[in-house]
Design a protein around this ligand. Structure first.
Ligand SMILES: Cc1ncc(COP(=O)(O)O)c(C=O)c1O
Length: 391
């Protein structure tokens, strides 16, 4: 029987345009190749090379043994929020109260809650591009539209001028990620001030994503919410995934003022009702990590960056040393102009797994993302494969 009536068994329309991550597809390909017994240089991911430090794990175990297994306040346990307030003041120059921070299930939930809190259907969000892929889907999932602004063009022609060119009467917000995934761009203080001036002049909200705040090799990390007039219009998201190697713990937080906090609290309450209680004790312990340890790991990443970037340039894959995060984003047109094809060729010929640049927005085309948060040995093996197959 044919019917023009739509089936009742269907999904919410707002999910129609929400995609699934291409990064997961590459992960599956790598697993299939490994299952065939092939050696793969896996540089497609974004996970730290070290394990969660023992003292953090023990804090979670201790919490379990002490029966910290009950409901916690859905915005986070008070000692953790107090420690976050201190960290934000000391490290980010953000003055917040314990009511202005919320503990989230990774940076991912902080970002999801931010977009859901602010965006109405039909709103536009300025997004520097190339950008971390889920951002496009998070914006679209809130029935808003990402307006892609090429980071390179903006930095060359003037950030404020470029943002003005791309913005529309429907523009409500800017997504501002520094250090950036995938390009490793670290915006300077002067650039942050330009973004801030534009946001204030246009009365926009800023979604600041500082997942890689501890991984700046050249320059300084500037939290845009610390600039004058910005704390009241910025929701900043953080994660424990990268700094403390806690990807699987799903630990993050957001800082914002009212009215945003009320909305963030509602979304966290009705989605997860907070973060697993023992995980919050582990987070508290992680915050006690001495800065010297974080700096030592940063130097480890710098070594990896320098090794990989010099090899990429040597084989003709032009790459500026990224100032932050743990990704290199070379131009790979020498392999193929289409980055999906280039990734396929590199995987088949050299068994190097990367992510096609076009996945991160049209501005990423012609590039591949190499994640260098792997062991030195893995970088050396990858470099040998590049020299053998690409030079
Ligand atoms: C730019 C950026 N923001 C946020 C996140 C969120 O990380 P998580 O959800 O693991 O805390 C990531 C993770 O890769 C990222 O690259």
């Amino acid at each position: 029987m044919t019917s023009s009536k739509q089936s009742g068994i269907r999904l919410a329309k707002r999910l129609d345009e929400v995609g699934f991550s291409d990064i997961v597809q590459m992960r599956n390909k790598v697993m299939a190749m490994r299952a065939e017994g092939l050696q793969v240089h896996a540089l497609h991911g974004g996970e730290p090379f070290f394990e969660t430090p023992d003292e953090i794990k023990f804090a979670a175990v201790r919490a379990l043994v002490d029966n910290q297994t009950h409901y916690a306040p859905s915005s986070g346990i008070l000692p953790l929020r107090q420690a976050l307030v201190e960290k934000l003041a000391a490290k980010n120059g953000i003055q917040a109260t314990t009511d202005e921070v919320i503990v989230t299930v990774g940076g991912a939930q902080a970002l999801y809650a931010s977009f859901q809190s602010v965006l109405d259907p039909g709103d536009d969000v300025l997004v520097f591009s190339p950008y971390w892929t889920p951002i496009g889907d998070l914006v679209t999932g809130a029935q808003a539209r990402p307006l892609l602004v090429a980071t390179i063009t903006a930095r060359r022609n003037g950030i404020r001028k470029t943002l003005e060119q791309f913005s529309t009467p429907k523009t409500r917000a800017i997504y501002y990620n520094t250090p950036a995934n995938p390009s490793g761009t670290v915006f300077t203080r002067a650039e942050a001030e330009e973004v801030a001036a534009f946001a204030i002049a246009r009365d926009l909200i800023v979604f600041a994503d500082e997942a890689y705040e501890d991984l700046v090799y050249d320059g300084e990390h500037v939290s845009i919410a610390s600039l004058p007039g910005m704390a009241e219009r910025t929701i900043t998201s953080y994660t424990f995934s990268k700094t403390y190697a806690m990807t699987g713990w799903r630990a993050g937080y957001a800082v914002a003022q009212e009215p945003f906090m009320t909305a963030l609290r509602k979304i966290v309450l009705y989605s997860t009702n907070g973060v697993t209680t023992p995980v919050q004790y582990a987070m508290l312990q992680a915050l006690a990590t001495p800065e010297s340890q974080i700096a030592a790991r940063r130097e480890e990443y710098r070594k990896r960056r320098d090794l990989l970037v010099s090899a990429l340039n040597e084989v003709g894959l032009q790459c500026e040393p990224p100032a932050g995060a743990f990704y290199a984003f070379p131009n790979v047109e020498k392999i193929h102009k289409n980055s999906r094809t280039a990734a396929q060729i590199l995987l088949e010929k050299a068994h190097i797994a990367t992510i096609p640049g076009s996945v991160f927005g049209a501005q990423g085309e012609g590039h591949l993302r190499f994640g260098y948060a792997v062991t030195i040995k893995e970088i050396e093996d990858c470099v040998a494969a590049l020299r053998k197959h690409i030079a």
